[in-house]
Design a protein around this ligand. Structure first.
Ligand code: KMH
Ligand code: ZN
Length: 280
């Protein structure tokens, strides 16, 4: 089977130190969490910038400082900034990070109720706007789909020429307001994408490891991290992002699936090779 790409979502925009003290806010904390996750086997770091007090921000200068610092410790890791940011941010603020020379970023593929009364807005025009900016800047989109309708939207916009191949999906399952992350949901999603597309699972909360197991067994890829889940097992807080990555590495080993390096991940995803231009 192909090698397993592990993404680590180290920070998120919603989870706070009150939930798990290892959630990074400062640049130093971001570097510590990212490099430990990279050493443990993550080839992609999914990144939300925060200010030192934990407030989420899409400020370009803050991203630049974090990315520069991570790059010094994890030379060839794939850094995937969020263009989702936090609920309520404008699309102009969300996409500002795309002005940096980044190789990959998230592209959120539909609107949903988000964890209660919040609404995470991604209209069809928003999706086209983000896709166009990213395409024009040669930024590889990670297609985040929170339910099956979002996959259908991607396929329709791809057919119409707004979203370009290669298609790499992330099935974000288990958000309250989105699709759940049961085995039937996983199979429905994976069977709904073209055979030449790739996918990663993003299991929220208790879905993180059961979905990781399914993806490992079926040739998919896996994202873990404190953005998505703060527990290493029921009721036990994870001692940082690297503990979550290590658990997936052990699961992959059990299933005889090797872990992809960043170089191998770029090849599997049909990305361009690492370029010094990505060093800010
Ligand atoms: N924080 C969520 C509202 C992304 O990174 O693009 C959106 C999110 C998706 O986390
Ligand atoms: Zn995110």
């Amino acid at each position: 089977m192909n090698k397993l790409i592990i993404t680590c979502a180290i920070s998120g925009a919603e989870v706070m130190k009150e939930h798990n003290p290892h959630v990074p806010y400062t640049i130093e904390e971001m570097v510590k969490e990212a490099s430990a996750a990279y050493q443990a086997g993550a080839s992609i770091i999914h990144l939300h910038a925060r200010y030192d007090d934990g407030t989420p921000t899409q400020d370009k200068a803050r991203y630049e400082a974090i990315i520069k610092a991570i790059r010094k410790r994890c030379h060839d890791v794939i850094i995937q900034p969020s263009t989702g940011g936090a609920v309520g941010m404008s699309k102009e603020d969300r996409i500002a990070v795309a002005e940096l020379p980044i190789e990959m970023a998230t592209l959120d593929c539909g609107t949903l109720n988000f964890g209660g009364d919040d609404i995470f807005i991604n209209t069809e025009n928003d999706i086209k706007y983000f896709a166009k900016v990213m395409h024009n800047r040669a930024i590889y989109p990670e297609l985040e789909c929170f339910e099956k309708g979002h996959v259908d939207t991607v396929l329709r916009l791809h057919k119409k020429g707004f979203i370009h191949a290669p298609l790499h999906f992330s099935f974000v399952l288990g958000v309250n307001g989105g699709m759940s992350g049961e085995s039937r949901d996983f199979h429905f999603m994976r069977e709904s994408i073209p055979s030449d597309a790739t996918y990663s699972v993003v299991g929220i909360g208790r879905y993180e490891f059961p979905l990781a197991k399914l993806a490992i067994e079926h040739g998919g890829h896996v994202r873990v991290g404190l953005e998505d889940n703060i527990y290493i097992e029921k009721g036990v807080l994870a001692e940082g992002n690297s503990a979550l990555v290590e658990k997936v590495v052990a699961m992959a080993k059990n299933a005889n699936r090797d872990i992809a390096t960043p170089k191998e991940a770029r090849k599997i995803l049909k990305m361009k090779e690492f370029d010094d231009a990505f060093i800010l």
